[in-house]
Design a protein around this ligand. Sequence first.
Ligand SMILES: Cc1cc2nc3c(=O)[nH]c(=O)nc-3n(C[C@H](O)[C@H](O)[C@H](O)COP(=O)(O)OP(=O)(O)OC[C@H]3O[C@@H](n4cnc5c(N)ncnc54)[C@H](O)[C@@H]3O)c2cc1C
Length: 436
Amino acid sequence: MDKITIIGSGLAGPLLSILLAERGYQVHLYEKRVDPRINKISAGRSINLALSHRGIEALKQANVFEIVQPHLIPMKGRMIHTQNGELDFQPYSINPDEYINSVSRAELNKILMTAAENSGKVNIHFNEALIAVDDEKLTFYTGETIPNEGIIIGADGAGSQIRKYIDSHSTSPSHAKPLGHAYKELNIAPSDNGGFQLDANSLHIWPGGEFMLIALPNTDKTFTCTLFLPTSGDMSFESLKTKEEVNDFFQSNFNDALPLLENFPQSFFHNTTGSLATVYADEWRYKNHCLVGDAAHAVVPFFGQGMNASFEDCIVLMDFLEEHKGNWDNTLTDYAKHRKPDADAIAQMAIENYIEMRNSVAQSEYINRRETANTLYKNFPTQFIPRYNMVSFTSIPYSQVYERGEIQKNIISTLNGESVDLTLAESLINEQLPEI
Ligand SMILES: Cc1cc2nc3c(=O)[nH]c(=O)nc-3n(C[C@H](O)[C@H](O)[C@H](O)COP(=O)(O)OP(=O)(O)OC[C@H]3O[C@@H](n4cnc5c(N)ncnc54)[C@H](O)[C@@H]3O)c2cc1C
């Protein structure tokens, strides 16, 4: 059986190794960090994540969902905090069983690594940062080298070394497109009596037009808040220089969040500012190398899909491996070819969703369009599924979601009115949206 090497034991790496172990493969997983189960280290980027249908399906296939489930907090909708202090709860779906879940990145990472090791077929080598790849060998920071042979999968995130190697053999190398906005995480502690200080089953949003604050719940009754703001310009990370400026900014825009923030505004200066970019890679495969997860397609986080898409990559790869009866050459070719359009689609939708979250959600036109979409979903559930729902609660390939979403947008515009003309809606939908 082919020897499998995976670089990166973040989220996609250990999940893929479990799926490969289930199929009888022996896997060597190389991770630059130390073992987080032994050494208490920071979780890395973003403390908690929204897990939805695609990610859950992948975890189920890897037989780890039951272990992950107790760590999830359901988020049933968006809680919009308006500037005048009012709250507007917008459910994610008209179906109560369609919601997303907040999960700790660190916890998920540990569960996946333990399950991988428990398979008896996965060896995780910690403290092994891959620093160079050439046609003969892979070289790690420790000085260790391994031969460049077998199947080598880059699950090493947005700055992937494996992608760099693939790029070095490509006529159209990858590029990262910065969003021009960055993020900073802040914390809301539990209340004095140990409870949540905000509604626990919502994803909280303070839309600011050009920027926004969001908050996701954690099982320890804290919330992790993330401020998304332009990197430079009039109102930006660059322009907020003093404690007074930061306080004033929060006072004017996130008034009800300000008193809840822990150790603020010191935390604003102490916590790192993370950059946001989309990675576009035309080539996901070169000979025996291929990419999964952020290494292939890092996206901006506004659809809460980066991890979900990364997990889904692993399932798509395994489906092709099955279809090609273990022939890796055909598997890698088909995986790269078929998955890339889906990655492009979610990258685009993630950028579009930033505008929706920071701006549109508080506007009446958006609210009316969402109501129309929900009416159509209720009446034509197998044909018209709102785009958010298709992304978050189905496995419809992202590229199809994008296409159907564009058609649906036009249908909503045509129907635009106080009450939806269901007869007209039916004919438009039957004409343009085949059953799913
Ligand atoms: C602010 C923010 C919020 C987000 N929120 C969500 C969300 O709500 N829902 C969602 O689905 N996604 C979300 N994401 C996206 C999600 O974090 C990523 O898509 C996901 O982590 C990708 O998993 P991965 O395994 O491909 O990469 P990573 O999680 O980045 O893992 C890569 C691993 O490779 C290791 N590594 C890197 N380089 C090397 C090397 N040279 N040698 C060895 N090891 C190496 C790293 O240490 C790491 O462990 C968010 C991202 C950000 C930045």
